[in-house]
Write a protein that binds this ligand. Structure first.
Ligand SMILES: Nc1ncnc2c1ncn2[C@@H]1O[C@H](COP(=O)(O)OP(=O)(O)O)[C@@H](O)[C@H]1O
Ligand SMILES: [Mg+2]
Length: 246
């Protein structure tokens, strides 16, 4: 079982679109896949049309594997399950500070899924916090969508610094360019600078594409309604690159 996090401390960069589409590709390739929607905004739960239980969650999330198991929903696609987000997930940082070894809680609770899933995908909220530390500790790969702008460059630098500070394995950080508009000089310049600075970038670029935006209207992964479109091929290449690195 491998764990993949879709993470950035920035919002609106393509984490959820990536998590949803990679989950879809993985399931189609025959991987038993579980997407865990860690973001209280619940965007990937929305795309997969699954709803959480009513009762708020607490630190049980990081302690009780059987309890998690009870709340997993089947998506509309073979091999693909979802643990939907709940608004109470916004308290995860407090919940984690209430348990001993908070960074290890998530890894421990996910270990219980070893015999049921080949791939766990974590769709993360845009924070850097106790929860992110647990995510970084737990994941085999931390996939980071980067919109090529000056501010994103700073954010990626900060992520590397954070990993260094907390003695986490920086090899896990796997950035790729997201929402790229090649006609913008700023994007092209930023891509050049970032590629020079970080050899870890996946050699696949996801363009800015209206079809990806339409996932919200369709409430479906891209492949269900736009498999003939150019952006589909880009996302497929991203999945193949991720698969090779995992
Ligand atoms: N490559 C893209 N091109 C155009 N729109 C995109 C692209 N990727 C994501 N979007 C749209 O941008 C918004 C933010 O994307 P999302 O994946 O939800 O980001 P995050 O999870 O990082 O907040 C959504 O409305 C989504 O449909
Ligand atoms: Mg999101």
């Amino acid at each position: 079982m491998k764990t993949l996090a879709c993470y950035s401390m920035k919002g609106g960069v393509g984490k959820t679109a990536t998590a949803v589409n990679i989950a879809w590709f993985a399931a189609r390739a025959g991987y038993k896949t579980l997407l865990i929607d860690l973001d209280p905004q619940g965007a990937s739960s929305f795309y997969f049309r699954v709803k959480s239980k009513k009762k708020p969650w607490d630190e049980k999330f990081f302690q009780d594997h059987e309890y998690l198991l009870k709340h997993i929903k089947e998506a509309d696609y073979e091999n693909l399950d979802v643990l939907p987000a709940h608004f109470s997930f916004r308290n995860f940082d407090i919940n984690l500070s209430d348990i001993s070894k908070p960074e290890k809680g998530l890894k421990k609770v996910l270990k219980g899924f070893k015999s049921s899933y080949d791939l766990i995908i974590l769709d993360c909220p845009p924070t850097i916090s106790n929860l992110s530390e647990a995510v970084f500790y737990t994941s085999d790969l931390v996939l980071v969508p980067v919109i090529p702008t000056t501010l994103s460059e700073r954010t990626l630098d900060q992520l590397y610094q954070y990993f260094d500070e907390y003695k986490l394995n920086t090899d896990k950080i796997t950035p790729f360019f997201s929402m790229v508009q090649k006609q913008k000089h700023m994007h092209a310049d930023s891509i050049t600078r970032l590629k020079e600075r970080y050899s870890s970038f996946i050699d696949v670029t996801i363009p800015f594409a209206a079809d990806l935006e339409k996932m919200g209207e369709h409430r479906q992964p891209l492949g269900e309604f736009a498999s003939g479109k150019p952006v589909f091929t880009h996302v497929q290449s991203l999945w193949q690159a991720v698969r090779e690195r995992l």
